[in-house]
Design a protein around this ligand. Structure first.
Ligand code: HEM
Length: 193
């Protein structure tokens, strides 16, 4: 059990995955996603595959009371709009990481990663403007949420921190966050290869 003195779950997940975020961030930027629209479409394919992988979580009834707005947080529809806007074919279906079902604690770690990626999106949105892409065209999945990026994130973190997990579940949440980052790294390597 965690004590009141321990840092929040969101902070702990951030600490546990900091090097992984660093690796992913460097890998994405090394692909120069904003050097041309062609490069940007590689990034978009990666985002599509990541959000599609996570999508079953956003439909999972087990989070209904903890995160009643979870379904509205989905960014897969926006990524799909961006693919259409840029005339990019949707990547083929692939095996879901949740094909065998969803463990709620593991899924929380995944959700932390997918929701957190909306913070870095502020920088990416600015870079996308150089390619004349933005919320209205081609980069809608990077748009600022209606309640603001910080407010939107705070809402998620409050719910994440409020979830009651035992020690094993806590560990599974960490493993889930790590698995999500590993998945994103693999997708980035594939999409920028
Ligand atoms: C799909 C790719 C990405 C994923 C999954 C991801 C994931 C995350 C996560 C989970 C957080 C929250 C960390 C926390 O708990 O405070 C975060 C924050 C952040 N990310 Fe990323 N990220 C991605 C790409 C990027 C890229 C490419 C950049 C930079 C060029 C970036 C820059 C940032 C920044 C600056 C923050 C912190 C913002 C703040 O604390 O206000 N991210 N990201």
């Amino acid at each position: 059990m965690t004590t009141l003195a321990s840092p929040s779950r969101a902070r702990r997940l951030a600490e546990a995955t900091r090097p992984m975020h660093g690796e992913l961030d460097s890998l994405i930027m090394a692909g120069q996603p904003f050097a041309s629209r062609e490069n940007y479409t590689r990034f978009l394919r990666m985002q599509y595959r990541l959000h599609r992988a996570a999508d079953p979580l956003f439909h999972h009834a087990g989070y209904a009371s903890l995160l009643p707005d979870l379904h509205e947080r989905r960014r897969l529809p926006a990524v799909m709009d961006d693919l259409v806007a840029l005339g990019v074919e949707r990547p083929e279906r692939e095996a879901s990481p949740f094909a065998d079902g969803i463990d709620a604690a593991t899924g929380l770690g995944w959700l932390y990663v997918v929701e957190g990626s909306n913070l870095g999106a502020a920088i990416l949105l600015k870079l996308a403007a150089k390619l004349e892409l933005g919320p209205a065209f081609g980069a809608s999945h990077l748009a600022t949420p209606e309640d603001g990026r910080a407010g939107h994130w705070r809402g998620f973190v409050a719910a994440l921190d409020a979830a009651e997990l035992d020690d094993e579940e806590e560990q599974r949440a960490v493993e889930g966050a790590k698995a999500a980052f590993t998945h994103a790294v693999v997708l980035t390597r594939e999409c920028f290869a």
